[in-house]
Design a protein around this ligand. Structure first.
Ligand SMILES: Nc1ncnc2c1ncn2[C@@H]1O[C@H](COP(=O)(O)OP(=O)(O)OP(=O)(O)O)[C@@H](O)[C@H]1O
Length: 567
């Protein structure tokens, strides 16, 4: 694995010169760059069991955020950690927390709050692996939509670390099933998103239930100014660890300029022309994620939607299938934008643009993780070009134009895939070929050349999979606001059902398990009480967001801020 951060210029700098509570000294800034060239995990002050787990995870060198943050957290400082997406912030806060747990005391000593359920599960799993050489250390993910009974049971037995979403953690606090009076280390992961989602009141109530002498850390790839208020109020003399790269990121960012009706066509072409195995497509509305995923399935892509309308079990299943490579494409709302770490995810498509550059940053950061290469493509109208320029300015990157892949590009790729499948059969010398030898021989005896017979057989096997649908073949996905009762018309794209690039197409894919069906893109798990509560919260949140979005649209009209998503 190529780790680009070894090459990247990094520096620590003061971003958050907050004073602590009661006029304490200004925060110190750590020059992470100074520690990077020399630091190894051994030098950070971690104990042997944690170091062994780090070795097991295959980490050779600490990333800059780890080199900067771990010694400070071990020394008991509060910190604000900011580093690009996919650069190991989880281990930066998790390793020192796990190191400090006193196993003789069966009480919650570490608490991590995250904005999404998926992230809570992912972080808890990462922590399990980092704690594998500290037997008896227990970690519990606590989030809405999951069985309350299971969580109550685990909490009664006692756990050392809780990783949770604010809503469910608060639920447990109110039921008195969770006590936080022994918490020594607290992390607000993706702190800015929790703020943005309106969780701040819940977070503050939770903080009040923890001892004031705890260590507190805020982590995110983006730290808007609003986070200062939270830090000033809840952190004591925080140290800032900000890692900045002056070199290129590992994410290549592109845009395709098009009209709205061309969007779905462009997406299909992007998927067909590339050999990306894990693709995350972002749409703004839940209903659109369903429709896009369904139409992609009709075209033979293995796709599924991921949004807040799905039951929690279903959401987890979608991510599980993506991780297991049983799916190629997940079409999600921003519920999938934060923190998700799927290592083979190599393409992110902004089918719709987000409303702000921070969200864009997190979306594209789902690819190019841990130094791997990734591509992010945004589908934009002329009017949305201002947003791309804003991204370039704010992220200090270049976002270059690209064309919708041509039919020739797609045919070339499809031919490669087809050839790979034929090659696989030839190499395997499958016994199933036997009857076909006689058949070919008979045709050759009739006077056809061997090559002609092979070409005809190849044509028969490929069907029309080598020819991609044209723009005219595909029914565009209408903006939600344009949809009406006429929306039930049979899609012309159904003509292409089964004309997939992927029907067992890629040699390695044929063994990847069942293909997603139309119904697979739209399943609903039965909703638990927890789900309902969370959905109420979702609705409350989306109400708040809607108000904010309306405000942003207004400010954009004044020429200040992000574009409207729809033409
Ligand atoms: N020192 C290391 N060496 C190699 N890989 C690492 C190292 N530290 C973490 N990783 C891997 O890097 C990937 C990204 O880490 P992580 O999810 O913690 O990133 P992040 O900075 O929190 O990203 P985001 O801002 O998107 O949440 C993970 O797969 C993790 O296992």
């Amino acid at each position: 694995m190529r780790l680009l951060w070894r090459l990247a210029g990094v520096k620590g700098r003061a971003r958050h010169p907050f004073s602590g509570t009661s006029g304490a000294p200004m925060s110190t800034t750590v020059d992470a760059a100074a520690s990077v060239p020399t630091s190894t995990f051994d030098q950070l002050g971690l104990s042997a069991p944690i170091l062994n787990a780090v070795t097991d995870a295959g980490y050779d060198t600490p990333t800059p955020i780890q080199a900067g943050a771990i010694p400070l957290l071990l020394a008991g400082h509060d910190i604000i950690g900011q580093a690009r997406t996919g650069t190991g912030k989880t281990a930066a806060f998790a390793l020192p927390m796990l190191d400090a747990i006193d196993l003789s005391e069966r009480a919650v000593q570490g608490l991590i709050l995250t904005p999404t359920r998926e992230l809570a599960v992912q972080i808890a799993e990462a922590m399990e692996s980092y704690a594998r050489h500290r037997p008896g250390l227990t970690i519990l993910p606590v989030y809405g939509g999951a069985s309350m009974m299971g969580q109550l049971h685990a909490l009664r037995r006692g756990v050392h670390v809780v990783v949770g979403t604010p809503g469910r953690v608060l639920d447990h606090l109110r039921r008195q099933s969770l006590r936080l009076d022994k918490v020594q280390a607290l992390v607000l992961d993706e702190a800015d998103e929790m703020l943005r989602m309106g969780f701040i009141d819940d977070v503050e109530t939770i903080l009040e239930a923890t001892p004031t002498e705890r260590r507190t850390a805020l982590f995110s790839a983006t730290m808007p100014r609003a986070i200062e208020t939270v830090a000033r109020k809840h952190l004591r003399e925080p140290q800032s660890v900000t890692i900045e790269s002056h070199h290129r990121t590992t994410i290549e960012q592109r845009f395709i300029r098009l009209r709205y009706p061309e969007k779905f066509f462009a997406l299909d072409r992007l998927l067909r022309a590339s050999d990306h195995e894990g693709v995350l497509v972002f749409a703004q509305r839940r209903a659109d994620t369903e429709e896009i995923a369904q139409k992609l399935c009709e075209l033979g892509h293995r796709a599924q939607a991921l949004n807040g309308d799905l039951g929690q079990q279903q959401r987890e299943l979608v991510l599980h299938r993506l991780r297991e490579r049983q799916l190629d494409v997940v079409v999600g709302t921003d519920v999938a934008a934060r923190g998700l770490d799927v290592d083979h995810l190599s393409l992110v498509v902004n089918y719709d643009l987000p409303f702000d550059v921070d969200t864009y940053t997190h979306r594209v950061g789902r690819t190019g993780r841990a130094g791997r290469e990734g591509l992010a493509v945004s589908l934009v109208s002329n009017r949305q070009m201002a947003f791309i320029r804003q991204v370039e300015r704010q992220m200090k990157v270049s976002v270059k134009p690209m064309q919708v892949p041509s039919a020739a590009d797609v045919e070339h790729r499809a031919a490669e895939i087809h050839a790979a499948r034929l090659r696989e059969i030839l190499v395997a010398k499958s016994p199933e070929l036997s009857p076909h030898y006689n058949l070919v021989k008979a045709l050759v005896d009739e006077g056809f050349h061997m090559t002609e017979v092979a070409a005809a057989a190849s044509l028969l096997a490929a069907g029309d999979t080598l020819k991609p649908p044209t723009l005219a073949d595909l029914n565009p996905i209408a903006p939600s606001s344009h949809r009406n009762s006429g929306g039930n018309k049979k899609s012309r794209s159904s003509r292409h059902r089964g004309r997939s690039k992927g029907r067992g197409s890629r040699s390695s894919k044929s063994s990847r398990g069942p293909r997603a069906s139309k119904s697979a893109s739209d399943p609903r798990a039965s909703k638990s009480a927890g789900d309902e509560r969370n959905e109420r919260k979702d609705r409350k949140t989306s109400g708040r967001l809607a108000t904010r979005k309306t405000r942003k649209k207004v400010s954009h009209r004044k020429g200040q801020s992000p574009p409207r998503d729809r033409d």
